[in-house]
Design a protein around this ligand. Structure first.
Ligand code: CTP
Ligand code: MG
Length: 234
């Protein structure tokens, strides 16, 4: 069956704090979102790539597609939260504007170093289980504070994982999950795998990913990404 990808790129990049959203910051002369899109376009078995951006950046994205010669991207208007942006991306297929894929990959536009091996793994696991996502060991221990701002309890670090991207889903499962979930899920929920689990009772397979899957979040991440891209180009 066919595989498509949705790249949420509709955020404003507040933690990074640049003049423009981080996905449009240039690294070695090319916007971050274009680097990520290239990583997916190199993979022949991915058909359509949906890039979801806020209304005010639709023209920016269209000119990036023109300038850098992207061939498989469709631009879709985002929403006020990441979940709403992803849902808008999925609707394009549900409304038959593009051919509905069997499996959809969801990957943040700000994680440029995604490789074919992890994409193959999450797609295969999605076909077998319904949903799958990349995970990483925790860097820091997770703690909870009590009302007085002091330590309440801490989690045993080795027993937990950080949820990363990419994730993959049978299209019908993730679309149903978004269709059935409520406004609270769309506005405050953080985990697509969890929505699939909660609303579609699917299994969500967890796949150990590489450290290269980190997300550009703070300014230092932009510098790190730029130096990796520079090394890869030389
Ligand atoms: N995203 C989106 N629509 C939103 C919010 C976020 O498509 N309404 C996207 C971002 O563009 C990014 C991905 O989801 O590619 C991961 O989100 P995050 O790292 O939180 O990006 P921002 O929300 O832009 O950054 P910040 O939270 O620091 O403002
Ligand atoms: Mg955010």
């Amino acid at each position: 069956g066919s595989v498509a990808a949705v790249l949420p790129a509709g955020g404003s990049g507040e933690r990074l704090g640049a003049a423009r959203p981080k996905q449009f910051c240039a690294l070695q002369g090319r916007p971050l979102v274009s680097h990520t899109a290239c990583a997916l376009e190199r993979i022949s078995w991915i058909s359509d790539i949906i890039v979801v951006v806020s209304l005010e950046h639709i023209e920016t994205m269209k000119s990036i597609i023109q300038k850098y010669g992207h061939k498989r991207i469709t631009v879709v208007e985002g929403g006020v939260t990441r979940h709403r942006s992803i849902f808008n991306g999925l609707k394009i297929f549900a409304e038959n504007k593009l051919q509905k894929p069997e499996v959809v990959i969801i990957h943040d536009a700000v994680r440029p170093f995604v490789e074919e091996d992890i994409l193959l793994k999450v797609v295969k696991a999605a076909k077998d289980h319904g949903a799958a996502g990349a995970i990483r060991p925790l860097v820091s221990t997770v703690i909870a504070s009590s009302a007085d701002g002091c330590l309440d309890h801490s989690l045993e670090r080795a027993r937990y994982r950080a949820s990363e991207m990419p994730q993959a889903f049978l299209f019908d499962i993730i679309y149903q999950a978004y269709h059935q979930c409520n406004d609270y899920d769309l506005d405050y929920g953080t985990e697509c795998l969890h929505l699939a689990l909660k609303y579609c009772k699917t299994k969500a397979k967890l796949i150990e990913g590489s450290p290269d899957l980190w997300k550009v979040t703070y300014k230092r991440d932009l510098y790190a990404a730029e130096s990796i891209i520079k090394d890869n180009l030389s």
